[in-house]
Design a protein around this ligand. Sequence first.
Ligand code: ATP
Ligand code: MN
Length: 482
Amino acid sequence: MSKIKKTKIADLLKSEEFGKEVLVQGWVRTKRGNKQVVFITMNDGSGMNNIQIVADPAMFSEELLKSVTTGSSLSVYGTIAQSQGSGQTVEVMATEIIVHGLADADKYPLQPKKHSLEFLREIAHLRFRTNTFGAIARIRHNMIFAVHSFFNSKGFYNIHTPIITASDCEGAGEMFRVSTLNPKNPPLNEDGSVDWKQDFFARETSLTVSGQLEGELAAMAMSEIYTFGPTFRAENSNTTRHLAEFWMIEPEMAFYELEDNMNLAEEFLKYLIKYALDHCADDLRFLSDRLIEEERNKPQSERSMELIEKLKFVLDNDFARITYTEAVDILMKSKPQKEGKFQYQVKGFGTDLQSEHERYLVEKHFKKPVILTDYPKEIKSFYMKQNDDGLTVRAMDILFPGIGEIIGGSQREENLEKLETRMDELGMEKESLWWYLDTRRFGTVPHAGFGLGFERLMLFVTGMGNIRDVIPFPRTPKTAEF
Ligand code: ATP
Ligand code: MN
């Protein structure tokens, strides 16, 4: 057999070069047939659709055809033919089949039937081979690409901020310690506490919860930057929206005020959603059908909007923009508040809004994404710009249907004195953040930024219900096997 270059199945399915010799490589999804003809469907991850291989049993040994089972891996040489069957236009008439890896049909965990998402999480090493996770992996890739493409087109620079850090950025959550000390017998100070000076970095270090503070340093010279890195939070919240390890996109812009920040965030989210619609049509269609099937037994009123319709809806509508104080007013007057239906009652100004409140605003009241601004300073981080009212800060959270908070951001306090006063009020140690405060000492400017949780975006775009299902290897309390 002459050496032919392999063709990806996605490209092959679009090809109309009937009679051309090709090489297809991938994994078997199904095999069926009889003494006259055998049909093998294969997938190589390049797209949602499989290629059908047609093999004449007279041309292959019985043993070889027997070893072709669901999950086995093949190289198939053959010619492109117009398909006789319905649903596809192209198939391959096999001339040579090489089986690379057998897959014991009785033991292969993925049978050609519907498996629960929970079961698939337990076989994360094989779930890439399902239609659902293939679609999610491809959409994830497209969204990563779109993030870089958006910022690159706007002249933002991508900055790598550290993963190991000595600063608890904002008390954003519990941190994972990084240490090389022997946990059984750590060196101790005289008072019995651990002597971190003898640790690898000669100080206490952790995995980062956000790249923002370092991002601000870069923005104070490069003007417009973004980070896109892994973040780690040891919060023991076993929800469908929290991971212990997730990816975050954090742009930071010099000379931006809150309004500019909101405009950028809305444009960014719409760009990403449009990119998905333009580049992931097959995968979105599959996920949409999956969702409809899943919700078939729910009453009409509880079903979510069709996935593609929902994505278009967000594109076509301006996000609502209201202050936190206005939002609290709406919630206080709301039906679930009056009827005691909220798990956490809203207690007026100062209440830290829960996801049930956020979702009420988005799904019931405004029926579209909402940007909430000007939160009480007590429930937000020290670095947010203080409003003249002395009560609120220039924070903005973007709330999405089905998700709640997807973006958290703010204009930053650029005034050194105000920033230090706030840190004192909170009892923060200013010395260890000297490098951050220096940006306010030397050429400070108004600036702003935000953080988009990449997996929250993925939840929205794919319509999946659990954040564990939109990342290949989820890290959550008590799970990190693979
Ligand atoms: P939440 O209130 O939902 O826990 P947060 O206020 O802790 O969010 P930020 O610290 O503002 O969130 O982080 C910025 C963004 O990172 C959030 O808007 C969200 O999209 C995402 N995010 C935060 N925590 C997690 C997590 N544990 N897993 C996945 N994404 C997260
Ligand atoms: Mn949180």
